[in-house]
Design a protein around this ligand. Structure first.
Ligand code: ADP
Ligand code: MG
Length: 254
């Protein structure tokens, strides 16, 4: 197969918890520079799949190809995932409301100027933070406490930090980033995600909300009981037809 047009190819991913087949033979190929929604109801296997990609849940089987590199999923570690260009914003975001925006961006040290011994150079870090905020169009100041921002902007800072890992390209993986956001904030965050893709970023966007798929995704991968039941372009399908595809999968808020 010609893998060059794809940012990521997942082949035959498996993960069971005892007799529960949480992820049961999932394969897909993701085109570069698009938003790929991973859509499914509660318990359909979305987070388990993401955790296997991240190397935090050990896969029983499957492999991942990124560029010319193929990794057995059972050998995946967080370090290998980062080296392959995968950048994660997990549902439990590790941002700190009581720290400044610049401090939050600099945590982890990626792309930020470090002194010998690994200490952050704060004056340079604030300048770097200002550049990052400008680049990603985030209305915030480096010295502002993160907790002063609205929830969408806090999520944007978490995404901007994830994108500091490694070089250009890569794949941004967002696990349910809109959960617990009010509607107006959801809109802001979806616009930001869309903009990342419009600038060439490949995005995996995990959600159980149908309306977000129509709002932001180029491609939707539907999971049910750990299996891929369908892959569709939301643009080419009506809401009713998509609902029909996922009937039985208990997707919320249809
Ligand atoms: P989703 O993210 O789509 O809601 P999950 O991947 O969290 O689904 O869960 C898929 C299935 O795997 C569910 O049946 C869930 O109960 C089970 N599961 C997930 N994590 C564990 C775990 N650590 N131990 C046992 N079962 C788990
Ligand atoms: Mg989940």
């Amino acid at each position: 197969a010609d893998l060059s047009a794809h940012a990521l190819v997942l082949t035959d991913a498996h993960k069971s918890f005892g007799s529960n087949k949480a992820v049961d033979g999932v394969s897909f190929s993701l085109a570069a520079g698009q938003v790929h929604a991973l859509l499914g109801g509660n318990g359909s296997g979305k987070s388990t799949l993401i955790k296997m990609l991240a190397g935090v849940e050990r896969a029983d089987d499957g492999r991942l190809t990124i560029g010319d590199q193929t990794i057995a999923l059972s050998d995946m570690t967080p370090a290998r995932a980062a080296a392959a260009g995968l950048r994660f914003v997990h549902q439990q975001r590790s941002t700190f409301p009581e720290l400044t925006v610049a401090e939050n961006l600099a945590i982890g040290g990626y792309g930020f100027p470090l002194a010998p011994g690994g200490r952050v150079r704060w004056r340079a870090a604030r300048r770097r933070a200002a550049e990052v905020l400008e680049k990603y169009d985030i209305e915030a100041f480096p010295d502002q406490l993160l907790g002063e921002l609205g929830p969408a902007r806090q999520a944007m800072v978490a995404i901007a930090r994830a994108l500091q890992v490694g070089g250009a390209g890569g794949i941004l993986v967002l696990d349910e980033p809109t959960v617990s956001l009010p509607d107006t904030e959801v809109r802001l965050l979806l616009d930001a995600v869309r903009k990342h893709a419009d600038h060439g970023q490949t995005v995996i966007f995990v959600t159980h909300r149908l309306e977000e798929v129509f709002a932001v995704a180029d491609n939707a991968i539907l999971l049910r009981n750990g299996q891929l039941v369908s892959e569709v372009a939301p643009r080419s399908i009506t809401r009713g037809d998509l609902v029909e595809l996922i009937v039985g999968s208990a997707v919320d808020e249809i």
